[in-house]
Structures are given as structure tokens and as C-alpha cells.
Ligand binder design. Structure first.
Ligand code: PLP
Length: 395
């Protein structure tokens, strides 16, 4: 499996750990230190100048974080990766590395709420022009490109309609015009998609989601080409959105099961999508692996080994019934996040897409009774029993 070999053998294992006499710890330790000491002034000087290997200060670099970065670069098949305090820190630092006042960006009009707010409310005040476009209409993306366009920004799988972006076509378009293609690959994970292999320049993850996978870490990651990453490291050092070494260590632990988790997330979600489609209280179901999904053909090209753990469905119910459905669930909780080992659900109209004007929201199919399910890795029967019991209790 691409990238994964080293996760087990070279990185997470003992080979890179410090010797303790004639042995080494099987699991690398957490370097819970904010700063490092030197025997000689000259040594410190050499580390500052990049002439000797060493660490100075954990805002700049830390051995535990560095280990995670090496693993992530490997998983995303890219030259280098850097970790951040959150997914949003990863996105904002990487945009700072790519943009200056007067530049223009073309952004998918269906992106994560935090990213939407960043483009809409923050970049405007930095004098960066933003065009939100239908990213699934490559011709529309092409028409929106201008002389000063520097970045095209999209997500591999859109939230909550689960459409898949045509990364190969977008990357050709970006290359022809000397533009950087940024892909937020959070929903797919590096197991199902490696955007760099499809021509993307910059790949972003919220480590908070699948990569750590246990809802106990907040973190982010950016991977890409060395020259861009060097610029980004300088920005992270100055702006300071660095990750805690403890969170980096937990994420390294989470990654050991990433491959196995994504397989079960995908299998469970595919089966649930079919079960839901056939339930009389359920309207449309949105999942990248369903043939009647608009971008099914693209999903087959862009995703590999499964269609992920995220699906949405329309409950054929009014608001009172929607509440009954939620209350009748015994295991599945209403949680405004995703990608944990446990199945959780959210109502996009009330959570991630709260800030989107109602007419825009409805035009995208995000109705008040659309339910987004982050399918966990429990036995399928356990998840379906909870959902079907609750659906069957509706009149
Ligand atoms: C959660 C999420 C983010 C933001 O990540 P945080 O770790 O919460 O800052 C960005 N993009 C996508 C697609 C997400 O799901």
C-alpha cells in the first residue's frame, strides 16, 4: 500500500528512536519540551544556519512533530509536510504563503464552513479578491480565471452533498495558467486519494478528522513541493500555529490504524447508503459510491479502494419528526464534527452551513431535514439497528 510501508517499518517503529543502552523504545517518546539546550554556542549557531541537525525551539520544530511530518509526507506521496495546531491553521498559513494583496482566488462554493468564512470575511480585508464558483463545472472555473488568479481551492469530497471534484481537470487548468491548485483532502484521507498524484500542488488535512480518527486531537497538515513548504515553514515559525507534541504523538498512534479504519468506514457507509435508499421514510441519499450521484464517474477515477465514510440523506419528515428521530436514536449522537470511530450525525442546516444564506443553501440541496452521517467502524448491524429502529418509530 502506497506510503504505508514506512509508517509501520521505518517511522512508527523503533528505528528512529534514541537508544537506551542496547535497546530502543518500540514506540517513539513524546518530546514534551518547548526548547532545547546546547553545549556550545557554535553548535546552536550551526543549527540556526541549517548546517547541523538539531532542534532549537518547539514553535519552529520538535522531534515528535517532525516524525509525524515525515509520516504524513510519505502518506500523501509529497516532498514535505508540516503540521499545525488545527485544520484551519493549516489552511490559513498555507494561503498566507501563496497570496499577497491584489491577488485573486477561485474557490469552490461548497466548502467547509470555517474555510468559507476565512475566504469571505478575512481574505477580503487583506485585499485578496475571492470568487466562489461551482467547482464541479470546470468550464465555469475556467471562465473565472483572471490575470491575477493565484490559487484554485477545492475539497476532494464536498460537504454535505458528497460530490467529488475533478482534480485531474482542475490541475490541468491550473497548470496551463500558472496557478496553484489547493485540495482539502480531509473527507477522503490519504488512503482513498492522493491529490498530488492527480496534479494538485498543495494538499491540506484537518488531522482532527480521519487521520487521527478518535476525536481526541485538534490538528492540521499541509503537504506539497519543497520550495512552497520552505516558505510555509517560515510563516508557521513567525505566525506560530504550531502543533502540540502530545497531539502529534496521539496522531502518530491514530495513523497506525488509518488504513484499516478507512476500509471499514467505506464498507459500512456503502452498505448503509443502500439500506437507507430503500427505507420509506428516507428520500434522496447522497454518497460518492452511489451510481446516481452526479459525480459518480469522477469518484471512480479520483477515489481508490472505497468511497469514504461520509453520507447524507433526506428524512421525509417535518421538524417535529426530525426531533423525534434524533431523540429515538440510542447510540448515534448529534455531534457537529466527523470522522471518528463512532457513528455520529449532524444537521448541516443547523451546524456546518448555518452561516450560508437560506436561499443559497436550499439551491444546493441542503434542506432543513438533510441529515449528515459520519459512519463509524462499529459492526454494520449495530449502526443499522439504531437507525432503522428510530426510523420505524416515525409514523
Ligand atoms: C474540520 C474541517 C476543517 C477544519 O479543521 P479543524 O481541525 O476543525 O480546524 C477543514 N476542512 C474540512 C473539510 C473539515 O472537515
Amino acid at each position: 500500500m502506497k506510503g504505508f510501508e514506512k509508517v509501520y517499518r521505518g517511522f512508527s517503529g523503533s528505528k528512529k528512536s534514541e537508544r537506551l543502552g542496547v535497546s530502543r523504545p518500540e514506540v517513539p517518546p513524546i518530546y514534551a519540551t518547548s526548547v532545547f539546550s546546547f553545549d556550545r554556542l557554535e553548535d546552536m549557531d550551526r543549527v540556526f544556519e541549517g548546517k547541523s541537525h538539531g532542534f532549537i525551539y518547539s514553535r519552529i520544530d520538535n522531534p515528535t512533530n517532525k516524525l509525524l511530518e515525515d509520516v504524513l509526507a510519505e502518506l500523501e506521496l509529497s516532498e514535505q509536510a508540516l503540521v499545525f495546531s488545527s485544520g484551519m491553521a493549516a489552511i490559513s498559513h498555507s494561503l498566507m504563503a501563496a497570496l499577497k494583496p491584489g491577488d485573486h482566488v477561485v474557490v469552490s462554493d461548497v466548502i467547509y464552513g470555517g474555510s468559507y468564512a476565512l475566504f469571505k470575511d478575512i481574505l477580503g480585508s487583506w485585499d485578496v479578491e475571492v470568487d466562489f464558483v461551482d467547482i464541479f463545472d470546470v468550464e465555469a472555473v475556467k471562465r473565472s480565471i483572471r490575470q491575477n488568479t493565484k490559487v484554485i481551492y477545492c475539497e476532494t469530497i464536498s460537504n454535505p452533498m458528497m460530490e467529488v471534484a475533478d482534480i485531474p481537470s482542475l490541475s490541468s487548468l491550473a497548470k496551463e495558467n500558472g496557478i496553484l491548485l489547493f485540495v482539502d483532502n480531509t473527507f477522503a484521507s490519504p488512503v482513498l486519494c492522493n491529490p498530488v498524484m492527480l496534479g494538485a500542488n498543495v494538499v491540506i488535512h484537518s488531522l482532527t478528522k480521519y487521520i487521527n480518527g478518535h476525536s481526541d486531537v485538534t490538528g492540521g497538515m499541509v503537504a506539497g513541493e519543497k520550495t512552497f513548504m520552505e516558505k510555509l515553514l517560515k510563516i508557521r515559525t513567525i505566525i506560530g500555529g504550531c502543533m502540540s507534541p502530545f497531539d502529534a504523538w496521539l496522531t502518530l498512534r491514530g495513523i497506525k490504524t488509518l488504513h484499516a479504519r478507512m476500509k471499514v468506514h467505506s464498507e459500512n457507509a456503502m452498505a448503509l447508503a443502500r439500506l437507507l435508499e430503500n427505507h420509506p421514510k428516507v428520500g434522496k441519499v447522497y454518497y460518492p459510491g452511489l451510481e446516481r450521484q452526479k459525480t459518480y464517474g469522477i469518484a471512480r477515477k479520483v477515489l481508490e479502494g472505497g468511497f469514504g465514510g461520509m453520507l447524507s440523506f433526506e428524512l421525509l419528515a417535518d421538524e417535529a419528526e426530525l426531533n423525534n428521530f434524533l431523540e429515538n436514536l440510542e447510540l448515534i449522537e448529534l455531534v457537529p464534527s466527523l470522522a471518528s470511530v463512532s457513528t455520529i450525525l449532524s444537521i448541516p442546516a443547523k451546524t456546518s452551513h448555518r452561516a450560508v444564506p437560506e436561499d443559497v443553501r436550499l439551491s444546493k440541496g441542503i434542506s432543513n431535514s438533510l441529515i449528515r452521517l459520519s459512519v463509524g467502524i462499529e459492526p454494520l448491524e449495530v449502526i443499522w439497528k439504531d437507525i432503522s429502529n428510530s426510523l420505524d418509530k416515525l409514523s
